[in-house]
Ligand binder design. Sequence first.
Ligand code: NDP
Length: 457
Amino acid sequence: MSKSGVSATKTKEYFNRYMEGVEKRNSGESEFVQAVYEVASTIFPYIADKPIYHEMQILERMAEPERIISFRVPWSDDDGNIRTNRGWRVQFNSAIGPYKGGLRFHPSVNQSILKFLGFEQTFKNSLTGLPMGGGKGGSNFNPKGKSELEVMRFCQSFVTELYRHVGPDTDVPAGDIGVGGREIGFMFGQYKRITNQFVGILTGKGLSFGGSKMRTEATGYGAIFFVQNMLQQIKEDVEGKTVLISGSGNVATHAAEKVLQLGGKPLTLSDSGGFIECSDGLTQEQIDWIKELKDVRRGRISEAADEFKNIVFHEGKRPWGVTADIAVPSATQNEVNGEDAATMIKNGVKLVAEAANMPCEQAAVDAFVDAGVSFGPAKAVNAGGVGVSGLEMSQNSARIAWDESQLADMLQSMMKSIHDSCVEYGEESGGKVNYLQGANVAGFVKVAEAMLSYGHV
Ligand code: NDP
């Protein structure tokens, strides 16, 4: 029984009814429903003795985006054919600041995925302590195999619609899967050309036109700083630990680099074709080579096995069967299922930190929590990226540029403070921390308080 007398059974009943409504209103949007389930299952027990949240329908309102913009993106390919993609911006929640969140260009992008990402982003941004609301956007455009000019024409067409919905005090998008420095440059250039304004409407910009130092590294480095905090909580350290990492993009390669810098051994990286394994631990030279392969040559991770003798490529497989101490999934959503989780637990993985967004299916999350594996959820672990994006916004507004070491210190202390918030709201008897609950509740409280203050909006 909670203080006000709402029993656990009643709470479960309210939660089930709430989820029935969410499923009904969002039918066919499985990723979005999954994300709401994960958050609401920890918030309902927290608000059991706080009837105001129920009366004011806070969770119902939080699960409904403030606005979804969907638009046509026509562009012409190098052969002169007109191609049409679909673009979206999901402006999810602006209770604590302008909408903020990445743009994803990938063939799998649809409204459900962007709603899940925008919903998660709201809590994540709140956790950073900076005044940023939640949003997400993108397109089902596949940049893979496209020429530089095709990507440029696509980005220009995308922004020709998007520009009217964004602004430094309204909505400030950033990169995500398939959107890196090159795409941000093309989009910022087109925005500037259409509006005749040089303002911070995108983050992740190049350093010569308003970008922030440390932004490229921030998500991967921040994730490993979070892991470091999780380990310190149980009086351990990254030094000497073996780490499984998936993906080979921005987040994965920088996570691998920070593991190495802290004395750990990154054993794996991957892409959608399979994973590479290096039982000696990847070196800085190998990580740099992979960054160049992916960022510049846009090649496949399998090529690393041709280049380096101590690297083995496993075609069509994910890295979760390799024995290690820690796993940091850093590629995409739902890349770890219940079976993978069971294998990792059997192999002795003691800590899992989600550097990608929602990489673990619910069955995997449940398995880790039940087995006592320390589990860091994405909204806390990968918040360093948007955190430094927030700092890029501050630098743009103030027309200043902080140096790398200042920003590195700010990132490190932001990750510590996010970790401390998770401990504040997630510490259980015996000192064990339920990071899932801690991150959800800590992210929820600030947004909910702001929504309560605004009345029925
Ligand atoms: P990138 O586009 O740089 O890299 C994505 C990586 O994931 C690539 O190696 C890609 O391989 C791999 N990948 C994509 N889809 C699949 C799949 N279905 N199966 C296996 N591998 C796959 O993206 P980021 O590194 O920026 O983002 C990775 C994750 O981190 C995403 O979930 C993103 O939302 C999240 N994130 C990113 C932030 C950032 O600052 N960049 C901030 C917070 C979260 P391939 O080349 O074969 O497609």
